[in-house]
Design a protein around this ligand. Structure first.
Ligand code: NCD
Ligand code: ZN
Length: 348
């Protein structure tokens, strides 16, 4: 099989930022994906429907002409989120999901939730409206080892949340552990997970191979090899609970290569070459379409995209790995794991 045609993919977890950065990175995703769930962790975050509409307008203005790309908008859950915004955003169709960042868990998460009791009313409104809660699943307790934060989150936060809101639709975003994958597999229909390309390709050793590699640093951080293998199994299993969320998260190179570098990996230009490689190596190319283009829409109760893309088994053009210029912000470095790339996007 040297060429495969699949339904156009969607990205169920994407950071496109704002301003010059938005203009530089959005067209890359818009050329490939039909839709993307837009993360709300701007500074300040997307907190209410007015913020959401204004941000959607700026995104739509950055979509290249002729692209059918559609941003699916989210609100950033804070302790002051108004349940009325959930009801109104659902009724108007403007709101697709709500993002939960435990305060301090990752880049731009300071406004996140500290006390879960304070968001009960909002979660009730979401449960009622069928609006998914997208969870950054890491505890922030400094006593918990960074490599254990996801597993501890499942035990301390996620499982109780599901007990309190059994019908709430939940996506555990960017799972990185065997515990994450098995928890999601073993829980009801209303709980799903996204998986990123990087967590299928790198483990924690790669972050330190030959020196510290800031462009392999993201949160949740890559875990040991056994977890990477469990994620590859989940993603390529065909189980409809697992789908693609790239978590493509651009940062100017100066904010990555410095004394205290930001978390976030920019993978948008190489998503499909990465995934085709993983699925081929797992003998599961026939399940790639389910992961990128079918399971996500099914969970979000949307139809799959109508058109198709073509992938070809030829090494991708070097140009896709070239850093992106973002004006005054400098450049953004593209994710490039130390693996052979044998697939490219022939037609998008
Ligand atoms: C994201 C970012 O840069 O906004 N960073 C990351 O490492 N994934 C935030 C997030 O999704 O955690
Ligand atoms: Zn993210």
């Amino acid at each position: 099989m040297d060429r495969i045609e699949i339904i156009r993919p969607d990205d169920w977890h994407l950071h496109v930022r704002d301003g010059e950065m938005l203009k530089a990175v959005l067209p890359i995703s818009a050329r490939l994906f039909g839709r993307a769930i837009i993360m709300p962790n701007l500074v300040p975050p997307v907190r209410d429907l007015d913020d959401l509409r204004a941000y959607r307008g700026r995104i739509e203005a950055a979509v290249p002409k002729g692209s059918g790309f559609r941003p699916l908008m989210t609100l950033y859950l804070t302790e002051t989120t108004d349940p009325a915004d959930i009801r109104n955003g659902t009724a108007s169709g403007e709101l697709t999901a709500v993002k939960l960042y435990p305060a301090g868990a990752t880049t731009n998460s300071d406004a996140g939730v500290k006390d879960f009791k304070r968001v009960h009313k909002v979660l009730e409104a979401m449960q009622e409206a069928g609006i998914p809660l997208l969870v950054h699943g890491e505890v922030v307790d400094p006593d918990v080892d960074i490599f254990d934060r996801e597993a501890v989150f499942i035990e301390r936060v996620l499982a109780p949340l599901i007990r309190d809101f059994p019908a709430l639709r939940i996506v555990m975003e960017h799972i990185t552990t065997e515990e994450g994958a098995s928890f999601v597999s073993g829980t009801g229909e209303n709980v799903a997970a996204t998986i990123t390309p990087q967590h299928l390709l790198i483990n924690r050793n790669d972050i330190f191979r030959g020196g510290i590699r800031p462009h392999f640093y993201c949160l949740p951080i890559a875990k040991r090899e056994s977890h990477r293998l469990a994620l590859r199994k989940a993603a390529t299993s065909g189980n409809a609970k697992f789908f693609l969320g790239t978590d493509s998260a651009p940062h100017p190179v100066g904010n990555k290569e410095c004394a205290c570098g930001c978390a976030g990996i920019f993978n948008a230009p190489v998503t499909m070459p990465c995934l085709a490689q993983v699925f081929e190596d797992e003998g599961a190319l026939d399940r790639l379409e389910a992961f990128t283009s079918l399971n996500g829409p099914a969970f979000y109760r949307l139809p799959p995209n109508e058109d198709r893309i073509v992938l070809a088994r030829t090494a991708p053009d070097e140009a896709i790995f070239r850093a992106i210029d973002v004006g005054a912000d400098g450049q953004v470095v593209v994710f490039r794991p130390d693996v052979p790339f044998r697939w490219s996007v022939e037609k998008a």
